[in-house]
Structure formats: C-alpha cells, structure tokens
Design a protein around this ligand. Structure first.
Ligand SMILES: Cc1cc2nc3c(=O)[nH]c(=O)nc-3n(C[C@H](O)[C@H](O)[C@H](O)COP(=O)(O)OP(=O)(O)OC[C@H]3O[C@@H](n4cnc5c(N)ncnc54)[C@H](O)[C@@H]3O)c2cc1C
Length: 433
C-alpha cells in the first residue's frame, strides 16, 4: 500500500501538543504585538515574550524542523513539516516561535549550502538559533517578475565586489544582520547566466535604506519592513559571493522552492481558522426564527469552503510528499509548487470572503481576525513572484507532456477513431442484413 493519508501516531501526538501550544501560548501574542516587524525583529518588544516559548519548543525538539540532521535539525521531512506549518499558520508568530520563519529559513539553507566556514560560524549558527534576522533582496524598483530588467550590478575589483544599483521590497532589511543580494555580475550574457548572489553585512558603507514600505493594516506609512535600498560603490570582500559567479538563480532556487511550499502550508492554517470562525458563528446566530446554519445558502458556503480547503490541503501535502520522495526541486516538484502558489490567493479570497459575509458587520470590523486575513490576500499573490508567472510555469510544464495533432483533424477525431475501431473490432459487429 503506497498511498496513505494517515499520520504516524507518535507525530500526531506532537501535532496535538503543537496545536494546544499555538492556541494557548502563541495566538495571544497576535493580539498584543501588532508592529509590522514584531515576529522577526530581534529588537522588538515581542522578542522577550517569544523567548520562553522558543525555549520550550527547543526542549521539545521541534525547533527549526525544516533543517536537516546534518545541521542539527530534526529532518522530519516536508509532509510532517506541512502538518506542523498548517497549525503554525494560525498565528503571525507561529513560525518565529518554532524557528522556521521566512525569509530566515530559506536564507539559512543558502548559507548552509554555499557559505564559507567563517560565514557559517558568524551568521548561520546565530540565524538557526533565532538570535539574528536576515534579508533576501532580489526585486528592483523597475522590475520584479522580469529579472531580465535587473540592473543592480557588482563589478569585481581586486579582492572586492563593488555594488551599484537599487533594490526594492527587501523584507526585514532594516533589522537584518546580513542581506543576500542578487546582482548582475555579467552584463554580456542572459540574466539567468549573468546574476550572482552576494552577502552584504549590515552597516556596510555604500548601502543605504532610503525608506521602508508597509503592507496591509499593520503600520503607519514609513513604518514598514520592506526596504528600498540604494548601493553606491558598496564594497564587499570577494568571498561574499555565494555559489559560483553567474549561478545566482541556481542558488536562489535552494530557498524559493521550500519557501513557497511553506507559505502554502501556513495558508492551510489560515483557511482552517477562518472556517472555524465561520462554523461557530452560523451555529450561534439566528435570523427569521432559525439558526444561520440551517439556511441552505449558508450550507452552500460551508460546503464549498470545506471542499476547497480539503482540495488545497491535499494538493499542498501531495507536493510536500513529492519533495520528500524526490529529495530535490525537480521539474515535477516545481510544477506542483507553482500550482499551489497560484491557487493560494484564490482559495483565500473565496473562503475568507464567505466567512466575512456570514459574520455580517462584525466580520468586516476590527473585532475579528478576518479583516486582517483579507488584507493579506494580495500579498500572497505577489510575494515570491506573482500568480501569473507561476501559472506560466504550470502551463508550460503541462504542455510539455503533449504534442500537436499529427494531421488536419485532432487525434481524438471521432470519425477517424471510429474507422480505426472498425478495423480492429468491426468483424465482431452483428451483420446488418
Ligand atoms: C509582502 C511582500 C514581501 C516581499 N518581500 C520581498 C523580499 O524580501 N525580497 C525581494 O526581493 N522581493 C520581495 N517582494 C517583491 C516580490 O517578489 C515582487 O513584488 C514580485 O516578484 C512582483 O514584482 P513587482 O512587484 O515588481 O511586480 P511586476 O513585476 O511589475 O508585476 C506586476 C503585475 O504584472 C503582472 N505580470 C507580471 N509578470 C507577468 C507575466 N509573465 N504574465 C502575465 N502577467 C504578469 C502580474 O499581475 C503582476 O502582479 C515582496 C513582495 C511583497 C508583496
């Protein structure tokens, strides 16, 4: 029996513990610490509140579970990670309390694969321990989803790289100890062979954060965590190049594949939380003499939400299972990751909208988490690349498995097929006299 939808008993016990711990100890943080960088910024007031919770998680051996045993992680695999993340997704603080928060989780993977011993000691260990934050900076003000338009350039001069250009929406740059910056190192070749990733330490002269943009309802203008950065003759040592020169996109793949699937896993948690709220509400509210839950139009919404969440959840877990099976982000895996990435905003939009609608006025107020969930939807259609680009990946990979019709009519043309069927089985037909 090679297909199974069951969780090991031992791991289920851990999941039960994570569920209770998240609801009782972590979710209250969301109500009190609402600053845009609170879950990630080691200097935020929330850090002190998270510290004892992190200690408990470490003691339980559930810390940084995305990291393999070679780096001191538990190596639970992506399916188990998916089951964990869908619980942690209930809270903005869940991933940070469990040491698997983006973008640090992906950046740690890059450092683990490509960092020098010195960089690993200086940055990887503190990052894995949750003591510092990090940033991944690729998008530029004039170009996000089209890397061919990237212009931020690094030129080798002696033992140094000299960086000039601008970066945009570099999350957490303002409190990060280091940034992994995608730069053009060869302008003569296509960008996928001419870009590299360079580690830039905080406070390196020549790197200036010009402003920080905010997303959603968390911050006043200017108080965001997404940095607009300018590099002006910013010099970094030559060995800060991660991976080979010109292989920046290969290096980036190390983090983006995992990052996207983890976002999707956490989205399952958000969806389930919205569903829980919706179900409690319709069982609590009456109108025209009966419970909302008994109205067929309510049942239509509940049923659609249940089905959509289950379909999405199984797709996410299937993708996680594929990663565990192949142990790499091959084409098959990348297709599924792109598909769930593209599906994410739509399922959120459908489920959260229905939940808000069924809650009435309180559903659109600031007195439930629904409006915050709603405000985050466009973000998930954009972060790590817009849905359209992921749909292109899915469609291209799917179409690779097909060929054009051999002749004028389709290969499934009924008349042609019937003629072939006649040749094969026609002698068995009863004679029509
Ligand atoms: C919350 C948040 C955090 C982020 N954090 C980071 C970060 O830490 N580091 C970082 O480098 N970047 C980060 N980004 C930036 C993100 O990667 C970009 O927003 C994304 O790649 C899109 O780039 P863009 O914003 O320049 O939009 P554009 O590239 O201008 O695209 C705009 C729109 O054009 C359409 N479009 C684009 N390409 C296609 C296509 N091929 N076919 C059809 N339509 C298309 C889509 O509708 C798309 O939404 C973050 C973004 C958000 C929202």
């Amino acid at each position: 029996m090679s297909w199974s939808f069951e969780t090991d008993n031992d791991f289920q016990e851990q999941l039960n513990w994570i569920d209770t711990f998240t609801r009782e100890e972590i979710e209250p943080l969301d109500l009190l610490f609402r600053g845009p960088g609170d879950p990630w910024d080691p200097e935020s007031p929330a850090a002190a509140a998270m510290a004892p919770l992190r200690a408990i998680v470490k003691e339980k051996r559930l810390w940084a579970c995305h990291i393999g045993p070679e780096l001191g992680g538990e190596g639970y695999g992506q399916v188990n990670l998916g089951l964990m993340n869908e619980i942690l997704g209930r809270s903005r603080f869940g991933p940070s309390v469990f040491g698997c928060q983006a973008p640090d989780s992906g950046n740690a993977e890059i450092l683990a694969h490509f960092g020098t011993d010195h960089q690993k000691k200086k940055y990887l260990q503190p990052l894995l321990d949750g003591n510092i934050a990090s940033c991944y900076s690729m998008t530029e003000p004039q170009a996000g989803s089209d890397p061919a338009q990237f212009t931020c350039q690094a030129v080798r001069q002696g033992d140094e790289w000299v960086i000039n250009g601008e970066k945009w929406f570099a999350s957490h740059a303002r409190f990060s100890e280091f940034l992994l910056v995608m730069v053009v190192t060869d302008t003569e070749v296509p960008i996928h062979r001419g870009a590299s990733i360079i580690l830039v330490e905080k406070n390196t002269p020549g790197m200036d954060i010009m402003r920080n943009s905010a997303v959603g309802p968390y911050a006043e203008q200017g108080d965001g965590v997404h940095g607009y950065i300018r590099f002006t003759n910013c010099r970094v040592p030559a060995d800060h190049l991660l991976g080979n020169e010109g292989e920046g996109f290969l290096v980036a793949q190390t983090r983006l594949g995992g990052g996207r699937v983890h976002h999707a896993m956490r989205t399952v948690g958000v969806l389930q939380k919205a569903m829980d709220m919706m179900c409690e509400r319709v069982l609590s509210r009456t109108t025209k003499g009966e419970l909302l839950a008994t109205k067929q139009m309510t049942q239509d919404k509940i049923s659609d939400c249940y089905t959509q969440i289950l379909q999405y959840r199984l797709h996410v877990l299937y993708t996680a299972w594929l990663i565990d099976k192949h142990k790499e982000y091959n084409r098959e895996v990348r297709k599924e990751i792109a598909a769930i990435k593209a599906a994410t905003p739509k399922v959120l939009q459908d489920v959260i909208y229905r939940a808000m609608q069924l809650h009435g006025s309180i559903g659109v107020s600031d007195e439930t988490p629904l409006m915050t969930m709603w405000a985050n939807i466009p973000e998930l259609g954009m972060v790590d690349g817009p849905s359209e680009v992921h749909k292109v990946t899915v469609a291209r990979t799917v179409l690779r498995e097909y060929e054009a019709a051999p002749g004028l009519f389709p290969s499934y043309h009924t008349q042609t097929q019937r003629d072939l069927a006649m040749k094969k089985y026609g002698h068995l037909l009863p004679n029509e006299e």
